[in-house]
Ligand binder design. Structure first.
Ligand SMILES: C[S@@+](CC[C@H](N)C(=O)[O-])C[C@H]1O[C@@H](n2cnc3c(N)ncnc32)[C@H](O)[C@@H]1O
Length: 454
């Protein structure tokens, strides 16, 4: 059975939204303004999910997907939408969330941050499955709407040399004695070295070891082995590779990291995001600044580079050790302190015990930072400025409601960063200010916006 639909809008997952006999229909692969024939694959009482069978009227924003596995691989959902339309859709989602969830309106919308849209993804977890009836080993992302591994031979969002390496990874794993005991290959690419972390449920045999060494040399990658949790990952071959690191050249910073540690995936967009965050925070030499959810110091060290004293707070002790090491390496340990703390268990007295800060930077995981913002004092002693970097517009909006309607901040500006092009992921940044007036317009950066996608 199929029905003809006119697509009214895109939902937060990039699906076309239409109505049929009073019921909402979410259509994979359809774009706003299109007329499509679609067939349902899931029916619920109040909505249905459907897929496009035929496009009757095509949107001007529709483009040919850049990857031949688009539609099969579940890694990207937006490749059929022009890159500027993708960014516009993400900006609309941010505005919708702020309006409907947060009941707040930014005084200014920032121009979106664009960066490289292909070959950008420096971190990825590739699933590995030995499937005899598919003729061997699959290495890739999951298929769309399934837990099966997609039968893909390349990937356009991974750095090109990694994307092109998928057939060789498949052949390598297929040749190993432990091919049924290697469920994942994690990719981490730095400025000078690429690492593949093989998750192994059983030790490599001596013959397997020789094959993996030969692979690492032939493909100029460093292979790590991870027998158990992320902390057990260790270099296997070569042992003398340069450390994995990304750089923030504008701040003269080099940031070494372990392949299993959190880093922002799109190094180009991260540089612009850090620049924008620092410009909005405007650290001054006498400032005392808190960087909540600081990770390995991606914002902490640029803040310190501007001469401010900064306390980085983070839940992972491994990341705090890494952050301490990175501060020393970059000559900034005299301005930085770190603390391990579960920020989801925040309370006013715990927050007060951390001391008084002039400014905050917050960069939480998708769950947001509700306990932290609820713990802010309402007596005027809180930070004058908060820069909030978010990977979930819904939780940013929920937290913005508290900051604006309970804690007395103004939402001066908000905007998106296209950290994950061709996916539904929305990264955003917002500036909150305490005082009634006075943020200078140069803190609302238009001049640091880079050119849009080609
Ligand atoms: C989006 S990342 C940001 C990291 C860092 N600011 C960066 O740009 O690389 C969120 C960070 O929050 C940390 N985190 C997750 N849950 C936490 C919690 N309950 N308490 C404190 N930190 C937490 C993660 O370990 C991660 O480093």
């Amino acid at each position: 059975m199929s029905y003809r639909l006119t697509i009214e809008s895109l939902d937060h997952d990039g699906r076309g939204v239409a109505h049929h006999e009073g019921k909402a229909i979410f259509v994979d692969g359809a774009l706003t303004g299109e007329v499509v024939d679609a067939s349902p694959y899931r029916k619920k009482d109040n909505y249905e999910q459907a897929q496009v069978e035929r496009i009757v009227r095509t949107s001007a924003t529709r483009v040919k997907p850049g990857c031949q596995w688009f539609g099969v691989c579940g890694g990207c959902t937006h490749q059929h939408l022009h890159e500027s339309a993708q960014v516009a859709a993400k900006q609309r989602i941010l505005e919708d969330c702020l309006t409907h969830i947060g009941k707040v309106k930014p005084e200014a919308m920032l121009s979106p941050i664009h960066g490289p849209t292909w070959g950008y993804r420096t971190k990825a977890r590739l699933s590995v499955r030995h499937v005899a009836k598919k003729g061997g080993v699959l290495v890739g992302f999951h298929e769309r709407r399934s837990s099966y591994v997609a039968d893909m031979h390349g990937c356009e969002v991974l750095p090109p040399r990694i994307g092109r390496m998928l057939p060789a990874m498949r052949a390598l794993v297929a040749s190993l004695a432990i091919r049924d005991r290697l469920p994942q290959i994690e990719v981490a690419v730095g400025d000078t070295v690429a690492v593949l972390v093989f998750r192994i449920l059983e030790a490599l045999t001596p013959e397997d070891e020789d094959k993996v060494r030969a692979f690492a040399e032939a493909h100029q990658v460093q292979v790590w082995l991870q027998p158990k949790g992320p902390d057990t990952a260790q270099p296997f071959h070569p042992l003398d590779a340069p450390p994995l690191a990304y750089t923030l050249p504008e701040f003269g910073l080099s940031m070494p990291f372990k392949p299993t540690e959190f880093t922002q995936v799109n190094h180009g967009v991260n540089r612009m995001l850090v620049r924008r965050a620092i410009r909005m925070l405007d650290p001054q030499p006498n400032d005392s600044i808190a960087d909540f959810f600081c990770g390995l110091g991606n914002f902490t060290l640029p803040i310190a580079r501007r001469g401010a004293r900064v306390l980085g707070i983070e839940g992972s002790s491994a990341l705090v050790s890494r952050a301490l090491e990175n501060a020393r390496l970059n000559g900034l340990d005299h301005l930085t302190r770190y603390q391990v703390m579960n920020l989801f268990e925040m309370a006013p007295e715990i927050l007060a015990a951390l001391g008084r800060f002039d400014k905050w930077l917050i960069d939480p995981p998708r769950d947001g930072a509700i306990e932290l913002v609820k713990s802010l004092p309402e007596d005027g002693s809180g930070p004058s400025r908060i820069v909030y970097v978010s990977c979930s517009p819904a939780t940013l909006a929920r937290d913005a409601e508290v900051l604006v309607h309970v804690k007395g901040y103004r939402l001066r500006a908000a905007g998106v960063a296209n950290m994950f092009p061709h996916t539904a992921h929305v990264e955003s940044i917002a500036l909150f200010e305490k005082q009634a007036a006075g943020v200078s317009s140069e803190l609302l950066p238009d001049s640091d916006a880079v050119a849009g996608p080609a």
